[in-house]
Design a protein around this ligand. Structure first.
Ligand code: 5GP
Length: 203
């Protein structure tokens, strides 16, 4: 059994990442999605181990000290994190798992790969960028619900995130959703041909 792929997909707010994920989901029905841990309480309708692994703060801290996460983040006083075991166990079964995470989380996973050879063989980093900063601003302004202050905050955060583009192995410019989705699909399909994915001689 060859190794599957842990696909780390990042891109700033407004770049159209969710639409792209929806588009490739139809073509890759076996693609799995990583379930994160969180210390925030479940919202109505959320199911433990489906939407999140809901943990107490103590349990989260214990696991973090035990080095069980590939990345963690603190958002509005709650902790979030991706379990190493969760993503690796899927890839070890030869399946693909997608992580939709921000640049901060992706950089932590890149660091974790330095110390973990198997993780490094499975992880693939893809960054979605807008065709231009002007177009990103236009798209962010298109969301009529946001205030001017929210828009400029999102835009400056997006610019900061975009400055990390060179940390990723693959860059997709989302000018046309259909073209970007087909580029994303072809990248993912080719991951399995890399020699690092083979667990035995391929002949
Ligand atoms: P929510 O509580 O609304 O589900 O998520 C709040 C924020 O936490 C969102 O921006 C979401 O993307 C982020 N988040 C959820 N899971 C993880 C995770 O495993 N790692 C990181 N770094 N952020 C996460």
């Amino acid at each position: 059994m060859n190794l599957g792929n842990i696909i780390i997909l990042s891109g700033p707010s407004g770049v159209g990442k969710s639409t792209l994920i929806k588009a490739i989901r139809q073509e890759l029905p076996d693609l799995r999605f990583s379930v994160s841990c969180t210390t925030r309480p479940p919202r109505v309708g959320e199911v433990n181990d489906v939407d999140y692994h809901f943990l107490t703060k103590e349990e989260f801290i214990r696991r973090r000290e035990n080095n069980e996460f590939v990345e963690t983040a603190e958002v509005f006083a709650n902790y979030y994190g991706t379990l190493k075991s969760e993503v690796l166990s899927i890839a070890e079964k030869g399946e693909n798992v997608l992580l939709d995470i921000d640049v901060q989380g992706a950089l932590q996973i890149k660091d974790a790969c330095v110390a973990d050879e198997k993780l490094a063989r499975c992880c693939e980093f893809i960054f979605i960028v807008p065709p231009s900063l002007e177009e990103l601003e236009r798209r962010l302004r298109g969301r009529a619900t946001d205030s001017e202050e929210q828009i400029s905050l999102r835009l400056s955060k997006a610019k900061h995130e975009l400055s990390f583009w060179h940390e990723y192995s693959y860059i997709i410019a989302n000018k046309d959703v259909e073209i970007a989705a087909s580029e994303l699909l072809s990248i993912i399909k080719n991951f399995s041909l890399q020699s690092k994915k083979f667990t035995k001689e391929p002949f």
